[in-house]
Design a protein around this ligand. Structure first.
Ligand code: ADP
Ligand code: MG
Length: 281
């Protein structure tokens, strides 16, 4: 008996299962007292270790995905944002859009929860074992520009491609130089129909020419980013300013309406299998 227990201990150490090792003695006592069956003891040991590892994996995943500070779907107050269809967000949280390599656009004025929801969907994806990376558009463009300068652009693009979900936050807050827009286009083109994205913006699609400093690149970007796309538009008040609503001038109090996406006309090529599965609302 002691011999067997020693062997189990040695195996648990060899297999790097500290949690199971820790609870082995307790499990044995429960077993001896007849409180649990042998099967339950094995289950208990493995479940503890597995739970511990999963917790570590998810915590690490959140950090490498840059999803800190963590936001969750459970932590989102849908009653504060009645224009938002809760069921649609819950459906997105099932993550089928990642399998389908779709693009989710979260649009709305500042403070309406776009970054919160993008991060929360990213957290769901990490929990489900997906590789995720989150950055602002300015950060993405900066990373690509540096890589290009150092002659490592292909490597950087491969880094982004390794993630099955790329979250690009804050499109529209800072203007992008035409060079930066070109680099972002390369990234989008590489992911097109291969990797899912979540994009958040406070600007309507009609303003993308201005955001990217180049209407031609903006059109090419939208062409890819609106094909197989889900558009979620949030029209509500800022959660950040909720305690001070009375101090904010009426005209800036949201309802800064966002122009619906212009229907893309394909030039040159026939629109064969280009279905337009936009769901606005
Ligand atoms: P946006 O990206 O649209 O500007 P954020 O998602 O950054 O807005 O939201 C601003 C802050 O308010 C964040 O701390 C976010 O967690 C919180 N927040 C926004 N909307 C909600 C909500 N409906 N329920 C709970 N917290 C919210
Ligand atoms: Mg934001």
């Amino acid at each position: 008996m002691t011999q067997i227990l020693d062997r189990i201990r040695a195996s648990l150490i060899g297999l790097r299962m500290p949690k199971a090792l820790e609870s082995l003695d307790h499990m044995m006592r429960c077993l001896e007292r007849g409180e649990i069956s042998a099967l339950e003891a094995i289950d208990g040991l493995l479940a503890q270790e597995h739970g511990n590892r999963e917790g570590r994996r998810v915590t690490m995943g959140m950090k490498t995905s840059r999803l800190v500070p963590i936001k969750t779907i459970e932590g989102f107050d849908f009653s504060f944002q009645p224009s938002l269809d809760r069921e649609r967000i819950l459906a997105l949280a099932q993550l089928d859009f990642i399998e389908r390599a779709e693009v989710v656009h979260l649009l709305g004025p500042p403070g309406t929860g776009k970054s919160h929801l993008a991060t929360a969907l990213g957290v769901e994806a990490v929990r489900a074992g997906k590789r995720v990376y989150r950055a602002t558009l300015a950060e993405v463009v900066d990373m690509l520009s540096r890589a290009e300068r150092d002659g490592r652009l292909p490597e950087r693009l491969r880094f982004f491609a390794r993630n099955s979900l790329l979250i690009v936050d804050e499109i529209g807050y800072l203007p992008i130089t035409p060079g930066g827009a070109n680099l972002f286009f390369q990234l989008v083109n590489q992911r097109y129909e291969k990797g899912a994205m979540i994009l958040t913006s406070n600007r309507g699609f009609a303003e993308w020419g201005e955001v990217f400093g180049d209407p031609v690149v903006a059109t090419a970007l939208l062409d890819r980013l609106l094909h197989h796309a889900v558009v979620v538009q949030i029209e509500g008040a800022s959660y950040r300013l909720r305690a001070h609503a009375d101090l904010i001038p009426e005209h800036t109090r949201s309802h800064a309406s966002i122009t619906p996406p212009p229907l893309q006309k394909r030039r040159g090529r026939p629109p064969k299998h280009r279905s337009f599965d936009l769901q606005i609302g």
